[in-house]
Design a protein around this ligand. Sequence first.
Ligand code: CP
Length: 312
Amino acid sequence: MNKDLLSIKDLSTTQVHDILNTAEHFLDVNQRKIKKVPTLRGRTVVLAFFENSTRTKHSFELAAKRLSADIISFSSSTSSTNKGETLLDTARNLDAMFPDLMVIRHNQSGAPHLLAKHFSWSVLNAGDGINEHPSQALLDMLTLRQRLGCIEGKTVAIVGDIYHSRVARSNIFALTKLGARVVVAGPGTMCSPLLEKMGVEVRHGIDDVIDQVDAVMMLRIQRERLAPGMLPSVIEYAEHFGLNQKRLERMKDTAIVLHPGPINRGVELTSEVAASSKSAILSQVSNGIAIRMAIMYLIMGGQPLEQLRGNP
Ligand code: CP
């Protein structure tokens, strides 16, 4: 693996498969009574979250703990960035504590890249602005592979606020790399004209694609990133793009529903859809721990684990 994981674009197809196969091994570890392996004993992982997170922060933390790493965890609300310290100065001070790896989430696109350039320790991008969220895409690939058997040749729709979604960007890179057909659907104000250049089909409604998909990934409307006028009416949005029971019934029997969370019930999907047998939303969360264990293990120099069933 490379020193850092900043973008899915930087991974070869083989590296993506290595991460997924290694995560399968860690799924087994997570089912054991003692869910801990000594792989990263003596290594120090910094969890630096400058933006809110529930799933990513806690699953990276649990993943590092299950690999026996020492952890420094902070969020912007409790750190000295609140007193005006710059990102680079904060990182210089953490560097003086000899970390081995930093997981960073930041509302500025490119913040993880800046740290990766300046420091020798590994940097994992846990979501940077509207740019990328690579570990989310990898856990989504693991979930798709588990539920559908394979990804190559499958049709996956990504629906909603594509423009502001780092999850959409990372998933487009991962799905096209693994040979899926990708269709994106969202309001015109939330779909960049450049999307077709990324190898995806663009639609402006969900109804003409929902019966074709093997999986649909519903995205949250990112109110915190919307410019005024981009979303005139939430009710109208739900009518055109929301996944409800009627649309769920039009999906193939084997098709599944994904959502990176947090979900807005009644906007991008209804509570009935979230609780349905097609929903893989909580499996995504469980898979997130194994994927993040695999990423940290491989970045820190571990060899891909494919068939091995024992402690790494
Ligand atoms: N999927 C995701 O990034 O969720 P959090 O914002 O809760 O980490």
